[in-house]
Write a protein that binds this ligand. Structure first.
Ligand SMILES: NC(=O)c1ccc[n+]([C@@H]2O[C@H](COP(=O)([O-])OP(=O)(O)OC[C@H]3O[C@@H](n4cnc5c(N)ncnc54)[C@H](OP(=O)(O)O)[C@@H]3O)[C@@H](O)[C@H]2O)c1
Length: 346
């Protein structure tokens, strides 16, 4: 029998991407898609690309009505708005995959420092951080998965195995990321509109981006001690994609091929991580529309620096694709189902 799924906040970019992916997933039936603004309207009115593919209407959110109609819900609403919804869905007996930041940080104080008040603190310990390549076993048994942020996914995947092996100094890591504009969501301000982004290129939230504590949390787990790092995000005039470059100081004399082998060994059972051959580096073009994370490795002997470069599609591996990967794992399916289509190139 098909897994019945609900999407809460289906009118946004990640909601639309969930619809696109789930509409061809052979094991899923989309039974409910909510929107406050567009309830009653056909989904194709807001996503004409899905005309003839998803023929249901948006509806109002009602956790009671979902009890009989869905086993699993994706919450694709802004942080803070997600936490009460997640609580109601869990109370209604659904499993939940939350795409917001509300359940990603284990420490409520850290959340409150960066995001504001947390009204569902007791749920934090029930949430599993949904990076399947690292937490696959925990995700299998989870009732609440906190789907990782887009920047954190791109930063953690390359660095985690390297820090776990103690190959680089955990102090002084620099992470420099560039994101396409869809990362800000469909309802973002005019600062993310065409005329203000096209042909521009800028850093933003320097030293204060909210994904910083999430990256620090996971990389601290990797090296077994708390670390802090510098993270600078940039906005680039493309629609989808994140390219992340990290710089860390090598503690050992290792060459590029050894590091590539360490990463390949760590991700041996992880079909969505592609560690590139020596001398090759990721390009957002090569992951667009797919759930892949491509990783390239460079050792600068002159400065004793390890440079790791990764590329993901922020809406797929950075959000909705990863959420479907998590659903597959929670439901005991092959984690690649529904996510096998190749990247869109060019
Ligand atoms: N965009 C990305 O690349 C990305 C990546 C990873 C994670 N995320 C996270 O995923 C979530 C959704 O992001 P998005 O990019 O899809 O945002 P979006 O395009 O702005 O869509 C937000 C959705 O949430 C609904 N919504 C807004 N305020 C709400 C509220 N107070 N209560 C209930 N529903 C509300 C909106 O629906 P109506 O107004 O129609 O009700 C809309 O469907 C966010 O938490 C975001 O941080 C986004």
């Amino acid at each position: 029998m098909a897994i019945q799924c609900a999407i809460i906040g289906g009118s946004g970019y990640t909601g639309g991407e969930l619809l696109r992916i789930l509409s061809t997933h052979p094991g899923v039936e989309i039974t409910c898609v909510t929107s406050r603004k567009y309830a009653g309207m056909p989904i194709s009115a807001l996503f004409p690309s899905l005309r003839g593919i998803v023929d249901i209407n948006f509806e109002d959110y009602s956790p009671e009505s979902l009890k009989e109609r869905a086993q699993i819900a994706f919450t694709a609403v802004p942080h803070q708005a997600a936490m009460p919804v997640v609580r109601e869905l869990l109370d209604a007996g659904l499993k939940v995959i939350d795409l917001s930041a509300d359940f990603r940080l284990h420490d409520a104080d850290v959340y409150e420092n960066w995001y504001g008040e947390h009204s569902q603190k007791e749920l934090l310990e029930r949430a599993v951080y949904g990076l399947p390549e690292i937490y696959r076993e925990k995700i299998k048994a989870a009732e609440l998965v906190a789907n990782p942020g887009c920047y954190p996914t791109s930063a953690i995947l390359p660095l985690y195995p390297i820090l776990k092996r103690g190959i680089v100094d955990s102090n002084g890591i620099i992470i420099d990321s560039k994101s396409g504009v869809s990362g800000a969501g469909r309802t973002s301000s005019s600062a993310f509109g065409y005329s203000e982004v096209n042909e521009g290129f800028k850093a933003y939230k320097v030293c204060e981006h909210r994904h910083t504590p999430e990256i620090e949390q996971e990389l601290s787990m990797a090296c077994g001690a708390p670390l802090t790092l510098n993270f600078t995000p940039h906005l680039v005039p493309m629609t989808r994609g994140i390219l992340t470059t990290s710089y860390s100081k090598l503690k050992e004399d290792v060459d590029e091929q050894e590091l590539i082998d360490i990463l390949r060994d760590f991700y041996n059972e992880s079909p969505f991580v592609r560690v590139l051959d020596q001398g090759l580096f990721p390009d957002c073009h090569n992951v667009r529309g797919s759930n892949f994370c491509d990783i390239g490795v460079r050792v600068c002997k002159r400065t004793n620096t390890l440079i790791l470069i990764s590329a993901i599609d922020n809406l797929v591996k950075g959000a909705s694709g990863q959420a479907v990967q998590n659903m597959n794992i929670m439901e005991g399916l092959d984690e690649t189902i529904g996510l096998q289509s190749p990247p869109l190139f060019p």
